[in-house]
Write a new protein. Structure first.
Lengths: 301, 250
């Protein structure tokens, strides 16, 4: 599938301070791209560069194969809906008036606006002032405002931030519906759990660098789970292994991190050679959360 | 046109209308009270009342008022995610800048309408002046409204670039002070290049105060309108260029 967004060594420095380094993003058309990273890792800055809100210090951005420049920006933005950091909305106006504003500004039809409102399920709250909206309703209004122009690409920056579990579930369902309609969604979060099951492709950012980009399965495969060795004398086994391996005690087992199959065989041979009884060797369970924490150095919230 | 219509929707239920209503009324009130307290009758009728309220209004309240209106109009854009939503959309910078300036200019023109109405009311109710004020005041009001446009564009640009509500208003105040100095020096030509001074000249039109000759000529009115049009074009283009080159903050 072609990539709708590609970046080539995209970087941003504020004064001499680098915030985003040499990012090579590849966002396949039609996917939900989960853009993950701890707070301050550069997610918002990257998304702002994709939208032309912030000028890159170096590197190039292509949207649908076309370079994003000052001259092409407004035209390309016609096909992109976005919500960056805090949701938009004019508090002194009602939800309906806010939608009418977007409609007038972009010259949209009534049908487009009504569809966007129904997609975020806000049709029953349109006559309330936005000032009186809950955070979740404001997020949904912001998404409706972004959706009304029927974009091919939707860029959402932490749309689940600050929402209660029901609100988070509502947004997840919304992302799935959009993806079903063929919209490519790039969605960021500092919490893996919030977009884990919705995203089909993940990009993980840490300290402004892309640490990983690929599918969930690829992410799992990349970091092998720990090896657990069951033995009647784990303390002795641990003392034997800790010299050559990254070993620690885990109940009645010894836990070894970062071992491929050959290293596993070597560790077992070493124990057996020293006369230690080995009752079992197995791979431990690893959640995606563990993998994420390992990659980002535990910097998540 | 869509952008302008969207902007007019945003000022619905806005505090701007309070400014539009109260500022001219307050100025006419000051002019009226001054006249009453001094114990004189407005000897030259409407002219005296106009002189005492509109010329004073043009010295700085009008400029500061436009500054407040521009800050009010932009304040909503600096809130929440509105800036990112507006700048992340397909609307060209020129259209955004022009639409905002159009709204501020329209509010300023409405303010001039209220001013004219307040002068008439004060003249009739307080001083029982005969008839209606001469038609020249309608023409002068139109010239004032035109001269307000470049100030509206300039203040709109400042309030766009600055998040602060007060800083652009303070600059309007300083601009008005600079304009008074220019007009006192009788530097009419230089005054046409400074939007704040142009507004001052327009409010003094036909009064013989400051650099004004006292005679209302079509040529004089047209020269102010022409300068206003030129300044408006330059300032709109400059604001759009700046907006396109500004990074979104925070
Ligand atoms: N306008 C700016 N000027 C200076 N530093 C900035 C600016 N915007 C963001 N930063 C810095 O860039 C880093 C990344 O910020 P951000 O992109 O907001 O991260 P995230 O969205 O992942 O939390 C942070 O250290 C932040 O302080
Ligand atoms: Mg962020």
């Amino acid at each position: 599938m072609p990539d709708i967004v590609t970046t080539d060594r995209l970087a941003k420095r504020y004064r001499e301070h680098p915030v985003v380094h040499d990012l090579d993003l590849r966002i396949p058309e039609g996917c939900v791209y989960g853009f993950l990273g701890p707070n301050g890792s550069g997610k918002s800055t990257t998304m702002k560069m994709l939208l032309g809100l912030v000028r890159p210090s170096s590197g190039e951005i292509r949207i649908g194969g076309r370079p994003m420049r000052r001259s092409t920006r407004r035209e390309l933005l016609g096909g992109i809906g976005s919500l960056i950091e805090t949701p938009p909305g004019y508090g002194h106006l009602t939800g309906r008036e806010n939608m009418r504003l977007v409609q007038r500004l972009l010259g949209l039809g009534d049908g487009q606006v009504a569809r966007a409102v129904r997609t975020v399920r806000l049709q029953d709250h349109l006559d309330k002032k936005v000032r009186a909206y809950s955070l979740g309703m404001k997020q949904r209004l912001g998404i409706a405002m972004a959706l009304a122009r029927e974009p091919r690409l939707l860029i959402l920056d932490e749309p689940t931030n600050g929402l209660d579990p029901a609100g988070i579930e509502e947004i997840r369902g919304l992302l799935r519906r959009l993806a079903g309609d063929g919209v490519t969604v790039m969605v960021s979060s500092h919490l893996l759990g919030e977009i884990d099951r919705t995203a089909t492709v993940l990009g993980i950012l840490g300290g402004g660098r892309l640490l990983f980009q690929g599918t969930r399965a690829e992410l799992f495969a990349r970091s092998a789970p720990d090896v657990l060795i069951d033995t009647p004398d784990p303390a002795y086994a641990h003392s034997l292994l800790s010299g050559g391996f990254e070993s620690r005690l885990d109940g009645t087992s010894v836990r070894l991190a970062g071992l491929d199959d050959r290293a596993t065989a070597k560790a077992v041979a070493h124990l057996v050679g020293a006369g230690v009884d080995v009752h079992g060797v197995r791979r431990g369970e690893r959640s995606l959360e563990d993998v994420f924490m390992d990659l980002t150095g535990g910097g998540g919230l | 046109m869509g952008a302008v219509r969207a902007e007019f929707l945003k000022v619905k239920r806005s505090l701007s209308w309070v400014v539009v209503l109260l500022l001219p009324v307050a100025l006419v009130l000051v002019g009226t009270v001054n006249t009453v307290v001094s114990g004189e009758r407005p000897e030259e009728g409407w002219h005296t009342l106009w002189l005492r309220s509109v010329v004073l209004y043009g010295l700085f309240p009008l400029t500061v008022g436009i500054g407040v209106l521009a800050s009010l109009v932009w304040r909503v854009e600096h809130r929440g995610g509105n800036w990112n939503a507006l700048m992340g959309g397909p609307t060209p910078a020129l259209r955004i800048v022009a639409a905002k300036a159009a709204v501020v200019s329209a509010l300023a023109a409405a303010m001039q309408g209220v001013m004219l109405a307040a002068v008439v009311l004060a003249g009739k109710l307080v001083f029982a002046l005969p008839g209606l004020p001469p038609g020249r005041y309608v023409l002068i009001s139109a010239v004032i409204a035109a001269a307000c446009v470049p100030v509206a564009v300039l203040q709109s640009g400042l309030s766009m670039l600055m998040r602060s509500f007060a800083a652009p208003v303070a600059m309007a105040f300083l601009g008005a002070a600079g304009a008074i100095v220019l007009l006192m020096l009788g530097a009419g030509a230089a005054a046409s290049a400074l939007p704040y001074a142009l507004v001052g000249r327009a409010t003094q039109l036909g009064t013989g105060t400051f650099a004004d000759t006292g005679a209302l000529t079509l040529g004089g009115a047209a020269s102010i309108a022409g300068a206003a049009a030129l300044l408006t074009g330059v300032l709109i283009a400059a604001s759009a260029l700046l907006l396109d080159r500004t990074d979104a903050r925070a």
